[in-house]
Design a protein around this ligand. Structure first.
Ligand SMILES: [Zn+2]
Ligand SMILES: [Zn+2]
Length: 198
């Protein structure tokens, strides 16, 4: 299956970029979760909250603007995943959980609407962690070239709300796994995802 841009075969690292102050336990947990890609993972702690992307009329932050900034100066071996607490929108969508450059270099996820507290409910740390992993694996799947998948249990299924997110698994279906195979450590078969690509 030829759905990964040639450029992305050069990717060697996932760079997690918290935008502003984010609970370091959540970042550490996400770092562990993303080991499934078989890439080196580093955390870069220099980015401030994305005030430049604030839209006064919507009281939300423009995710496309944030992606643009994250992309400036990106190294060709790096995949950038921005993580923010602020609520994101994109174009005419009411909100987005995240956005990615398909087959590109950068993605962003927002934790704002993944937290039960956002809906006036009691916080649930375990549920929050599961949702963060799903959104991160989804957006990184896009960066590695995957589009949305029709399988409601596949992590690449499009979540229009949290019911969709909670209903899907935190990894790829077989078809999508093939699409990210050069990067994916498939524990089910115990093979190194990188061994199939030079
Ligand atoms: Zn998506
Ligand atoms: Zn799939």
């Amino acid at each position: 299956m030829d759905i990964i841009g040639l450029k992305n075969k050069e990717k060697k690292r996932i760079v997690l970029v918290p935008l502003g102050d984010i609970n370091s336990d959540l970042i550490e947990e996400l770092k562990q979760d993303l080991c499934l890609f078989g890439l080196e993972i580093i955390v870069e702690l220099l980015e401030p909250e994305p005030a430049y992307a604030f839209d006064l009329s919507r009281r939300q932050y423009n995710s496309t603007m944030i992606l643009k900034r994250l992309k400036s100066g990106v190294l060709k071996e790096d995949l950038i995943l921005g993580i923010t607490m602020v609520d994101l929108f994109s174009k005419n969508l009411t909100f987005v959980f995240g956005e990615a450059e398909v087959g590109g270099d950068v993605a962003i996820i927002s934790l704002a609407r993944l937290d039960q507290g956002f809906y006036g409910m009691k916080n649930d740390g375990e549920l929050l962690s599961k949702r963060i992993k799903k959104e991160a694996v989804h957006e990184l799947g896009h960066v590695l070239g995957l589009k949305h998948c029709d399988d409601v249990h596949c992590v690449m299924y499009y979540s229009s709300d949290l019911v969709d997110t909670d209903n899907k698994k935190d990894d790829y279906c077989d078809v999508c796994t093939d699409g990210v195979a050069p990067f994916y450590v498939d524990e089910r078969d115990d093979i190194s995802g990188r061994s199939t690509e030079k």
